[in-house]
Design a protein around this ligand. Structure first.
Ligand SMILES: [Zn+2]
Length: 146
């Protein structure tokens, strides 16, 4: 695996990271830091890597870095912005649920987590039971700072 770039959870990556992917990471990073900052690995960063010969399928992979790769998944960086936001939210949610045993984000008043969904233009968190929209991805903890 070749690390192409790492950047802070709500930071702007150096060149080489597609803008849509950088924005998707920023949105999910805001939701994470705005809701469960104490549950996140110290000093973690987004990681864009190129999977090597043993990593199939070949191509770019997105994950977290904290001195070493923590987890990653191949990503289609040509997806529309809303689909990328859904991808990143789903990737992080899967990791937190499966490996950190953190149910995130909490659905208010329910015992299940919210689920990320997207259509052609928007990505948001919704209650998996009522399908009620709770928040756009990126605004879970309130309005973005100006
Ligand atoms: Zn619910």
């Amino acid at each position: 695996m070749t690390i192409l770039s790492t950047w802070s959870p709500v930071g702007t990556p150096a060149g080489g990271v597609p803008a849509g992917l950088a924005d998707a990471c920023l949105r999910v990073g805001r939701d994470l830091l705005g809701t469960i900052p104490e549950r996140l690995p110290a000093g973690f960063r987004w990681m864009l890597a190129e999977e090597g010969p043993d990593g199939l399928p070949a191509g770019p992979a997105l994950g977290w870095w904290a001195g070493e790769p923590l987890f990653w998944r191949g990503v289609d960086v040509t997806l529309p912005d809303a689909r990328l936001a859904l991808f990143v939210a789903d990737l992080v949610q899967d990791h937190l649920t499966g490996y950190a045993f953190v149910q995130w984000p909490e659905c208010p008043g329910h015992t299940h987590p919210l689920e990320p969904v997207a259509d052609a233009g928007e990505a948001w968190w919704r209650c998996p039971a009522s399908h009620r929209k709770l928040s756009p991805i990126g605004l879970l903890a309130g309005p973005a700072p100006a």
